[in-house]
Design a protein around this ligand. Structure first.
Ligand code: GAR
Length: 192
């Protein structure tokens, strides 16, 4: 299974997925990293693992469809059959959704449907909930609204800060995402 990872930022989840493919915990090849931020840290991380990276600047396209069509062309060229969003901070439009229908997943740092959108960890902390967590879900046209594939809780303790909570959430993300991707790949292979 050739996958592409889309990321806009640090790329720690992208790195966890790449590592999982290299240690055979995930039976997939990361064919490409796509970023919408030409200076994102994920570029350096991918390069360290010799994974190809392409940066597309959405501002240099007249429409979202034109931007996404260029990405789709690149994905097809590299024979990508599955798309993994990992901190890609942009809504997926109809061009990508129809090209990869049912084959785009996302990870979000909360127990959806609670705390969708930006800064989910800060939102949970501010709300003073005792439990937040991580969700992996299929992507649809909404913001963090697609059907849920896996969830795992993370407790917020009295002594937690936003930073310590973020660290705990990331530890879960870096394990749960590769595990869930493997489960999806197993299911797709059984159905094919
Ligand atoms: C991750 O915590 C991911 O769940 C979150 O962005 C972070 C990216 O970190 N995604 C969202 O909030 C999507 N709505 P990373 O770049 O280090 O993987």
């Amino acid at each position: 299974m050739r996958i592409a990872i889309f990321a806009s930022g640090a790329g720690t989840n992208a790195e966890a997925i790449i590592k999982a493919t290299q240690t055979q915990r995930l039976d997939a090849e990361v064919a490409l990293i796509v970023t919408d931020k030409p200076k994102a840290k994920v570029i350096e991380r991918a390069t360290n693992y010799n994974v190809p990276v392409v940066a597309f600047d959405p501002k240099s396209y007249e429409t979202k469809a034109a931007y996404e069509q260029e990405i789709v062309n690149e994905l097809h060229k590299r024979e990508v059959s599955f798309v993994v969003l990992a901190g890609y901070m942009r809504l997926i439009g109809t061009t990508l959704l129809s090209a990869y229908e049912g084959r785009i997943v996302n990870i979000h740092p909360s127990l959806l449907p609670s705390f969708p959108g930006l800064d989910a960890i800060g939102q949970a902390f501010q709300a003073k909930v005792k439990v937040t967590g991580v969700t992996v879900h299929y992507v649809d046209e909404g913001m963090d609204t697609g059907s849920i594939i896996a969830q795992e809780p993370v407790r917020i303790e009295r002594h937690d800060t936003v930073d310590s909570l973020q660290e705990k959430v990331q530890v879960v993300e870096h394990r749960l995402y590769p595990e869930t991707l493997q489960t999806i790949i197993d299911q797709m292979e059984r159905l094919s």
